[in-house]
Design a protein around this ligand. Structure first.
Ligand code: COA
Ligand code: AMP
Length: 643
């Protein structure tokens, strides 16, 4: 526990944060260096949405880099690039990072990028991705990072919505030992998109050279070499720092907006109070810049807090083995480690006794955090046993940008209850709400909601779509934010998040929309209707399975259809969707009003008990679904019972 917070316990700080949010967050705002202090702490914008710190001016890149250079940390290592897939370890001090980022910002400015312009970044896990994100922040440009596992169609949707002046990309990524060319995917995406960026800044990696399109494409290294280093441009606290698209329930992803002021204050607060990480500490979030964890806790959070961050280009296994995480922790003296439970499940599968851990001195490690999906009790217990350290499951989402429920390790560590992410974090007035909008009592499961106002750092709106923000999150229960998760709070105030209550699933820590997959499956000419359901998966937590009804009179072999549907989803969404199974069924179970009973299908596949809904059209269909799952040996209930 940090010395400066020992006198404050969780309860007093948490209660203060809810009793008077403005006083609380005004105090927290003192922890960052503003160019101009905010005029109001919490106010409303023209559309009635809450905005933090209006009138304040700052620059997030300044807070992450220049501030530390000016305050004696220039020689401290700011970022370590550790890439087992290219056999590289490269360290950058804060002073070196400042130079790299200022030059990259200069290159962007030379291509016409100024404050408020958007820049899409489609990159693998390399230092240039971090330079590019920080360079945008330096200019006040708005970056939108697109995960490398997404296919051209997904990239195109994001380009169309964000309308970037420039796209930054690299010639390729590396997955295990495979080189995956990115540039052809980018070219295809631009071809597909109605909006065309003026320029693409392409980083050519040594293992793969991408052909360039004259007039549009610019070589990253040439442009940066020629560029003048650029200063930090002051922006308003409410100015967007980035847009990060995340899956909603439809094919159109939601452009989650992060502002500069609230984000910086919230991340600094969380680094200290949730993660117990402080200037000089080594902090490692093994995730990807394409996800919110990568934005908040590979890049901005650790750097704003003056920590050394680790940028890892590899996987928990097979790069080269299941000991790679322990090796990185030992090599770089990591104090705080954060990843998704699925990564530990992958390690556990290959090295159940954690024998590879014994090869390394991991004594620097003090805390392990997991998020992205619920940490299942067997994984938690395994981790507790092999690491002999506090393991913190904490709950958050792209929209929040920082943890909403956690054991606040920098404040007061509570005993862990398996299956719970512990207690609401300061600033989050979490309530469990029932179908009729009433707040539920302890141990009653309902919608996990946040009573307004949302704290700083939380998305204030969706990009160019206040109306969708209001209808998706604020409309169902007046005065509350609807998280999309279901769960309950127990008699001790511990929060149990039980899973999504909408059509979003989590596959290996990646948030995906089954609704979007259904749109693609249904686009096949033989398909009359379909349902895509996230069923339990031992490694990935969940995986999508398609249930398909054929059009009358169509004769097509199930295996052939399956491989075509798998191909469509892979081509349109990307390999990361992990859509590998499509099953033919005669009919889909529906309510009399026509709503497909996806939850019941999932319960049958997972072997969970379920009640036959009273509104079901024909209960026999559930029997048929069970028989079909058994025939295909799909789902944990049937995997070993093929007939
Ligand atoms: N660029 C291109 N392709 C990518 C990619 C990327 N950045 N990330 C994943 N893919 C591809 C993979 O190559 C794979 O393709 P394939 O079907 O051709 O083999 C597919 O997407 C599925 O990837 P994934 O689900 O990651 O499976 P995997 O077998 O490669 O790895 C794990 C499994 C569990 C090791 C891996 O998913 C993992 O490390 N998960 C942790 C997730 C995480 O950090 N989430 C962030 C939230 S904190
Ligand atoms: P994302 O926006 O990609 O970060 O995904 C957010 C979603 O992941 C949440 O709404 C939850 O459904 C799930 N999630 C993330 N962390 C946890 C956790 N610790 N426990 C349970 N679910 C989680």
């Amino acid at each position: 526990m940090s010395s400066n917070t020992q006198s404050t316990n969780y309860t007093s700080l948490f209660e203060a944060s809810l009793a008077n949010p403005e006083t609380f967050w005004a105090e927290q705002a003192e922890q960052i260096a503003w160019f101009k202090k905010p005029e109001t702490v919490l106010g409303k914008d023209a559309n009635g949405l809450d905005r933090w710190y209006a009138g304040g001016q700052l620059n997030t890149c300044y807070l992450a880099i220049d501030y530390h250079v000016q305050h004696g940390r220039g020689a401290q290592v700011a970022m370590i690039y550790d890439s087992p897939v290219t056999n590289t370890i490269q360290k950058y001090t804060f002073a070196e990072l400042q130079h790299k980022v200022a030059k990259c910002a200069g290159a962007l400015r030379a291509l016409g990028v100024e404050k408020g312009d958007r820049v899409v970044i489609y990159m693998p896990m390399i230092p240039e991705t971090a330079f590019a994100m920080l360079a945008c922040a330096r200019l006040g440009a708005v970056h939108s990072v697109v995960f490398g596992g997404f296919a051209p169609h997904e990239l195109a949707i994001r380009i169309e919505d964000a309308e970037p002046k420039v796209v930054i990309s690299a010639s390729c990524g590396i997955e295990f030992d495979r080189v995956l060319p990115y540039k052809p995917l980018l070219d295809e995406a631009i071809e597909l998109a109605a909006f065309k960026p003026k320029h693409c800044l392409i980083y050519q990696r040594s293992m793969c050279h991408a052909p360039m399109l004259e007039g549009r494409d610019v070589d990253y290294e040439d442009a940066v070499a020629k560029a003048d280093p650029t200063e930090c441009v002051p922006v308003d606290a409410t100015h967007p720092l980035y847009i990060l698209y995340t899956s909603g329930t439809t094919g159109k992803p939601k452009g989650v907006v992060r502002d500069n002021g609230g984000h910086a204050v919230a991340l600094k607060f969380s680094m200290h109070h949730v993660y117990d990480a402080h200037a000089g500490d080594v902090f490692w979030a093994a995730s990807d810049f394409g996800w919110v964890v990568g934005h908040s806790y590979i890049l901005y959070g650790p750097l704003i807090a003056g920590c050394t961050t680790i940028l890892f280009e590899g996987k928990p296994v097979r790069t080269p083995d299941a000991g790679t995480f322990w090796r990185v922790i030992a090599d770089h003296q990591v104090k705080t480690f954060f990843t998704a439970p699925t990564a530990f499940r992958a390690i556990k599968k290959e090295d159940p006794e954690a024998l590879l851990k014994d090869k390394y001195d991991t004594s620097s490690l003090q805390n392990i955090f997991v998020a992205g999906e619920r940490c299942d009790p067997p994984t938690l217990e395994w981790l507790q046993k092999i690491a002999q350290l506090p393991i913190t499951d904490h709950w958050w989402q792209t929209e929040s940008g920082w943890p909403m429920v956690a054991n606040m390790m920098g404040l007061e560590a509570f005993p862990v209850k398996a299956g719970s992410a512990t207690k609401p974090v300061c600033g989050y007035n979490l309530k469990i709400v029932g179908e009729n909008g009433q707040e539920l009592e302890a141990n009653h499961e309902g919608y996990v909601c946040l009573k307004l106002p949302l704290p700083p750092g939380f998305t204030p709106t969706l990009w160019n779509d206040d109306a969708r923000f209001k209808s998706s999150y604020l409309k169902k229960f007046a005065g509350y934010y609807l998280s999309g998760d279901g769960g309950y709070v127990d008699e001790d105030g511990y929060v149990f998040i039980m899973g999504r209550v909408d059509d979003v699933i989590n596959v290996a820590g990646h948030r995906l929309s089954t609704g979007e997959m259904e749109e693609f499956v249904a686009s096949h000419p033989a398909v009359a209707e379909c349902a895509v359901v996230g069923i339990a998966d031992e490694l990935r937590g969940q995986r999508p399975v398609g249930f398909v009804v054929l059009k009358d009179g169509i004769g097509i072999d199930e295996t052939a259809l399956e491989s075509e549907l798998v191909g469509i989803v892979r081509d349109q969404i990307g390999a990361v969707a992990f859509f590998r199974t499509a099953i033919l069924v005669k009919r889909l179970p529906k309510t009399r009003s026509g709503k497909i009973l996806r939850k019941t299908i999932r319960q049958i596949a997972d072997g969970e008990s379920y009640t036959v809904p009273s509104t079901i059209d024909d209960p026999v269909i559930l029997e048929e679904i069970a028989q079909t799952l058994q025939r295909r040996a799909v789902g944990q209930a049937f995997e070993n019972q093929r007939i």
